[in-house]
Design a protein around this ligand. Structure first.
Ligand code: E4P
Length: 219
């Protein structure tokens, strides 16, 4: 499973990269706006750190506008993946962009029917939003399971990028479901590592070691 960080914050990206588990980054207009940075410069800086796929989202809602934006985004850095909304104009834009060799991530996917169309198109990634479905009392992870099954049935090449993951169990469940990629906030990466018994066990080992050293010195 590949791990992407869902952020536009450079420090978080550096931290995750230093752990050695970072394969890519996803951004969206809300995440970039939160940073208050100049958009193109920020995407370039992220790509330079990650040296892996970085999703940058268009804000146009019509096919021609999306394609024009996609061309600009692609010019920022070779690692840019163009993120498009899963709406009819987004599908049309994706078809043309894929034909010219541009990688696309179809975002805001909330149903298996949407994902089926994305798979048929052969998009690079589909991003089903787990947490936002949970927020409205749907089991978001069921969508990941359904999409993985459908894509396997037809050997679709589109990678399932589990998005809107809010806690470590989301990541584990997405891995069990067979998602190719999990994108998560930095906080979730920290939560994946943390275990109170690891901390407690380590403290005990160090204490016992120290005690043994002191006995040796006394002897
Ligand atoms: C994915 O590409 C999205 O940026 C993200 O996962 C959305 O997460 P949220 O629902 O927590 O905002």
């Amino acid at each position: 499973m590949k791990f992407f960080l869902d952020t536009a914050n450079l420090e978080e990206i550096r931290q995750a990269a230093s752990l050695g588990v970072l394969d890519g980054v996803t951004t969206n207009p809300s995440l970039v706006a939160k940073e208050g940075a100049e958009f193109e410069k920020r995407i370039y800086d992220i790509c330079e750190i990650v040296q892996g796929p970085v999703s940058a989202e268009v804000v146009s809602t019509d096919t021609e506008g999306m394609i024009a934006e996609a061309h600009k985004l692609k010019n920022i850095h070779r690692w840019v993946v163009v993120k498009l909304p899963t709406i009819p104009d987004g599908l049309k834009a994706a078809k043309r962009l894929l034909a010219e060799g541009t990688k696309v991530n179809m975002t805001l996917c909330f149903s298996a029917s949407q994902a089926l169309l994305v798979g048929k198109l052969g998009a690079t990634y589909v991003s089903p939003f787990v947490g936002r479905l949970d927020d409205i009392s749907h089991v978001g992870m069921d969508l990941i399971r359904d999409i993985v099954t459908i894509y396997r049935n037809y050997s679709f090449t589109t990678q399932v990028l589990a998005a809107s993951l809010r806690h470590p169990l989301h990541v584990v469940d997405a891995a069990k479901a067979g998602a190719h990629v999990a994108t998560m906030p930095y906080k979730v990466i920290e939560q994946l590592i943390k275990h109170p018994l690891t901390d407690k066990g380590l403290a005990q080992f160090l204490k016992d070691w120290e005690k043994a050293q002191q006995s040796l010195v006394r002897a």
